[in-house]
Design a protein. Structure first.
Length: 280
């Protein structure tokens, strides 16, 4: 097995939205905001090479929507999706599997591009199967007023039209050493990869625990559809990670790439944080 982690892009969101009911006087101590109350997030993508599969976990925003769509996102920095892959020796044609944690625009938009004739859309990774949970697919297709802006149809319907869609129904091992947990608090069918590598276990926490600052059970995003479920799901995976010394990989944390956990008088917290490259 071979693992790589890279940041597709940075972007900005409202800090209050990212921390829900937690007062700014508390969350801003651990995740500072600018004068507009915006915080910087990353879009880290994971590449997992195992048993003949080259798996790309999440694809970032992409670039096919217009300026109006991106005007509040403030994209900056990062390596870019294709550029980040190329720096690690991969082309789009090399990717055999695209694993989408869920179908919010910042996680799946980069997997579909405008076709060469400008009249439609096509997969960025032509030889890859695109894996999405059945629960998330049904939720995204149905859509709802609260999340309408998060689910542009051009980000995911072309996957089905291309015949590349694989819907996942159950938790368990999807590839050798690569297992799936399915959660429902942030959005129904959020998939969390759990990867066993060199006697270590990595949990790519996605939007279940977007940053290290979200490890406290009550520190959750206002974007979560069912916060109480998020709390239950976080508690379960954090307890398992603590007991088994798992390493958490944060998709969105500008300051912390990975960490281990410890129990404190306030509950489970970060024990040690470090860069991904230093633990391989």
């Amino acid at each position: 097995m071979k693992l790589n982690l890279f940041n597709i892009s940075n972007f900005k969101v409202d800090g209050g939205a990212m921390f829900g009911v937690i007062p700014k006087v508390l969350w801003s101590r651990v995740y500072p905001a600018d004068q507009m109350n915006l915080i910087v997030l990353t879009l880290r993508s994971l590449i997992v090479e195992t048993a003949g599969h080259i798996i790309l976990v999440d694809t970032g925003w992409g670039d096919k929507q217009d300026e109006k769509f991106f005007r509040h996102v403030n994209l900056h920095g990062g390596e870019g999706l294709i550029e980040g892959l190329e720096r690690r020796g991969y082309t789009p044609e090399d990717i055999t599997d695209v694993f989408l944690t869920h179908l919010h625009a910042d996680h799946c938009g980069g997997g579909i591009k405008r076709s060469a004739d400008g009249k439609g859309y096509e997969p960025v990774f032509p030889g890859a199967a695109y894996h999405v949970s059945r629960a998330q697919w049904g939720w995204a297709v149905k859509n709802n007023p609260r999340e309408e802006d998060a689910y542009p149809e051009e980000n995911f319907l072309p996957v089905k039209e291309s015949g590349k869609l694989n819907l996942i129904e159950d938790e368990g091992e999807l590839f050798p050493g690569f297992s799936v947990r399915i959660c429902y608090g942030h959005t129904p069918g959020l998939m969390i990869p759990v990867i066993k590598y060199n006697e270590k276990t990595f949990v790519y926490t996605g939007d279940l625990i977007p940053t290290a600052a979200h490890i406290p059970l009550l520190w959750n995003m206002s974007y979560d559809i069912e916060t109480l479920k998020t709390i239950e799901e976080k508690e379960r995976i954090l307890q398992e990670a603590l007991e088994n010394n798992y390493i958490l990989i944060f998709q969105h944390d500008e300051h912390v790439e990975c960490c281990t956990l410890e129990m404190t008088e306030k509950g489970i917290r970060v024990k040690e944080n470090f860069e991904f490259i230093n633990i391989l």
